[in-house]
Each structure stands twice: as structure tokens, then as C-alpha cells.
Design a protein around this ligand. Structure first.
Ligand code: FAD
Length: 382
């Protein structure tokens, strides 16, 4: 086993770290407080090639591997989880379906501007009545006169309404199916489509600087060639996309957990009680040691899942384990970091208070903890 990163991977890590520490970290508190989408910073991520990291250069990407992409998400997420999820949702959920399932013409038309970072793209699976049970989708698309006419609602959609959002790829019922489940297909819906209605952004507990909205389709008609992949394969395609997405949410969780550790370790050395830094108390030391130990394990789990994917191996179980463990770890680390800050950790001017709000979604988005356990149990033959 070789645990060394390549020179290219190290270059991307240091570029991301420098950018995140100089351009993201100083603004994260303000963006969160004002629920402000950091448009200019997202555009710069695009200029640095970070919005197209794992796609080939011929499609406008940077030609990096999944491992490099996971390292980049860790670095960006360490400074701001909202910017991290904006990048991760765009790459893993928005652009990846075009790369994996698009025709050559669709890749040229849709993937290239996304990989270059000129536009963001969203992934519309969740509906008000279809969350974990994603196959319960009610959005319908009917093929009439060479056009798909779409009606339905998608909720909690990331990157759905930013000033540079280009559109969304959705699941929709397109036919009767095999009797047990309806036929579900993926459709590409550009934002300019008549009948594409975006709601106001949700008011959220965390990830406040990211864009999350409900989308409604009212007789929204797109050309027949906006079908992505074969008709009837939509749910399977999106579930495959989520396997890869779990690597990036795992990476985001590791980034946040690292931020919690860094802030808590720094504060513990500065804060004095009973005549000495609180870091000298064994209880505080052990809490920091537990964070550091689990962080090491979580980082390894995420990078291993990425390595499996890059090497064409089956990575779904490893990605579910990495996402589950890292998501829960980010919550434990955020809780410990606030505890180490005492009452100051409860105050908004300390970043750990934001980390505490940002961590919870890591246990819900792209498959809840319970769904990850169900995926892993199935693999274990349980
Ligand atoms: C900020 C944010 C951004 C998001 N971005 C996107 C996006 O870009 N695109 C998109 O499509 N979706 C997105 N989502 C949706 C997200 O993926 C769903 O919220 C998630 O999958 C859970 O679905 P749900 O909220 O409907 O919860 P439910 O499925 O209703 O689950 C409620 C509870 O029941 C549990 N549960 C459900 N089924 C079972 C079971 N069989 N066994 C045991 N427990 C079960 C769940 O684990 C959970 O604890 C986003 C959500 C949020 C909050």
C-alpha cells in the first residue's frame, strides 16, 4: 500500500488550502450570518478548475482523479461547509450525470460549461413525499409531439437558483414500468424552460451560504433529446450517482471535523482556568485526542473509497461506510469543540457555533445515517 500523495495531488491540496484560507475563511461568518451566496468566490473556484476537477480536459475539466477531488473538498469544506457543498453538489450531483450517462452531444453541450465553472447545475431527486424512498417520485413527464412535458415538485434542491444556475436534471415518471414500480427516467431541464418555477431559498439551520430551493414544473416542456441515458434507467442512474456523491459528503464531513479540531485545540491552549491552559486538563486532552484519532480514521476511509473508485473497483459499500462514519464524526467533533469553548462556543462570533449548526446535515443529505446502514447491511448479507 502506498499512502503517499503524488506531486499533482499535493499541488491541488496546497492551492485549495491557500485559496480557502485567504478568500473563504475570512468571509465565512458573514456569509452565514447574512445567508449570502458567495457568487464571486464560486466563480473563482471555477477559474481555478475546481468545479470540473474529476472530468477529462476534453470536456473542460481538470483531468484529476476522485482522490484529488476528495482532498480538495476537504480543504474547501474545512474553511466553509456552504462553499464545500456548493462545489460538491455541482461536481458530484450536477455535472457527473452528464459525464457518466450523457451522449457525446449532451457532454459537449451541458458538461463543458459546467466543468469550466461557467454555470452550476442541480440534481433533482427529492420530492415532498419521496425522500429516502426516492422511487416514490410523483413528478411526471409525458412525451407529446417530440417534447417531454413535465409536471411536479422537487424539494431541497442545492444550487437550484443561484445567478449562475443553468438548470437541473430530475427523475420523473415516464411510463407504467413493470407493475411494481413505475418507469422512471432522467430529464435535463434548463432553467430558461417555460414553466420552470424556482421558490425562494429555504431558511436553514446550517449551510446557510449555499442555495437550496424547491422547484416546481408546470407543463415545463423540453425537447425529446433531453432524456439522459436510456428511458426507464433514471432511478438506477441517480442511485449510482449518490454512491459517488457519498465520497464527497464524507470529504466535506472530514473537512468540518478538522476545522472543529483545529479551533478546539487552539482555544484549549489559549484559555486559562485554575491558573493554567485548559489543554493541560486530562479531560480536555483526551477529548482532543479522540477527535484527532477518529479524524485520521475517517480521512483514511474517505480516501480509500475514492481510491477504489479511481481503480475501477466496487466502491459503493466503502463510500457508504465512509459517509456514515465521517458524518457522525463531524457531529461528535462539533459537539466536543463547542464543549471545549464553554459558554463562548455558544456565541455566534466563535466559528464552532457555526460548525455545530453545519454538521447535522452530514447525517441527512445524500442518504441519511439510517439509509447508509441499510445499504451496508445489504452488502453484509443481513
Ligand atoms: C440542505 C439540504 C440540501 C439537499 N440537497 C438536495 C439536492 O441537491 N438534491 C436532492 O435531490 N435532494 C437534496 N436534499 C434532500 C436529502 O437528500 C433528503 O432530505 C434526504 O435524502 C432524506 O429525505 P427526507 O428529508 O425526505 O427524510 P425521510 O426520508 O422522510 O426520512 C425521515 C427519517 O426517517 C428515516 N427513514 C426513512 N426511511 C427509513 C427506513 N426504511 N428505515 C429506517 N429509517 C428510515 C430517515 O433516516 C430519517 O431519519 C437536500 C436536503 C437538505 C436538507
Amino acid at each position: 500500500m502506498d499512502f503517499d500523495l503524488t506531486a499533482e495531488q499535493l499541488d491541488v491540496v496546497s492551492m485549495c488550502r491557500e485559496f480557502a484560507e485567504s478568500e473563504i475563511a475570512p468571509n465565512a461568518e458573514r456569509w452565514d450570518a447574512q445567508s449570502e451566496f458567495p457568487l464571486e468566490t464560486i466563480k473563482k473556484l471555477g477559474e481555478l478548475g475546481l468545479l470540473g476537477l474529476p472530468f477529462p480536459e476534453k470536456y473542460g475539466g481538470s483531468g484529476a482523479d476522485t482522490l484529488t477531488y476528495a482532498l480538495a473538498v476537504m480543504e474547501i469544506g474545512r474553511c466553509d461547509a456552504s462553499v464545500g457543498i456548493t462545489m460538491a453538489a455541482h461536481v458530484s450531483l450536477g455535472a457527473m450525470p452528464f459525464y457518466l450517462f450523457g451522449s457525446e452531444e449532451q457532454k459537449e453541450r451541458f458538461l463543458v460549461p459546467l466543468a469550466r465553472g461557467e454555470k452550476l447545475w442541480a440534481f433533482g431527486l427529492t420530492e415532498p413525499q419521496a425522500g429516502s424512498d426516492a422511487g416514490a417520485t410523483k413528478t411526471r413527464a409525458e412525451l407529446r409531439d417530440d417534447r417531454w412535458t413535465i409536471n411536479g415538485t422537487k424539494c431541497f434542491i442545492t444550487n437550484a437558483g443561484t445567478p449562475i444556475s443553468g438548470g437541473v436534471t430530475i427523475t420523473a415518471v415516464t411510463g407504467e414500468g413493470d407493475g411494481r414500480r413505475p418507469e422512471i427516467s432522467n430529464l435535463i431541464v434548463p432553467q430558461a424552460t417555460a414553466g420552470y418555477v424556482q421558490a425562494k431559498p429555504y431558511k436553514k439551520m446550517g449551510w446557510r451560504a449555499s442555495d437550496t430551493r424547491e422547484l416546481t414544473f408546470e407543463n415545463a416542456a423540453v425537447p425529446e433529446d433531453h432524456l439522459l441515458g436510456p428511458r426507464g434507467r433514471g432511478l438506477k442512474q441517480f442511485l449510482d450517482i449518490l454512491d459517488g456523491g457519498r465520497i464527497s459528503v464524507g470529504a466535506l464531513s472530514v473537512g468540518l471535523a478538522q476545522a472543529c479540531f483545529d479551533a478546539a485545540a487552539r482555544y484549549a491552549k489559549e484559555r486559562h482556568q485554575f491558573g493554567q491552559p485548559i489543554s493541560k486538563f486530562q479531560a480536555i486532552k483526551f477529548s482532543l485526542v479522540d477527535m484527532a484519532t477518529e479524524l485520521e480514521l475517517a480521512r483514511s476511509a474517505v480516501l480509500k473509497a475514492a481510491w477504489l473508485k479511481d481503480n475501477g473497483r466496487d466502491f459503493a459499500t466503502a463510500a457508504a461506510m465512509a459517509k456514515l462514519y465521517s458524518g457522525e464524526l463531524s457531529r461528535r467533533c462539533a459537539n466536543a469543540a463547542v464543549q471545549i469553548h464553554g459558554g463562548y462556543g455558544f456565541m455566534d462570533e466563535y466559528a464552532v457555533s457555526r460548525y455545530w449548526r453545519d454538521c447535522k446535515i452530514n447525517e441527512i443529505g445524500e442518504g441519511t445515517n439510517e439509509i447508509q446502514r441499510m445499504v451496508i447491511a445489504r452488502q453484509l448479507g443481513l
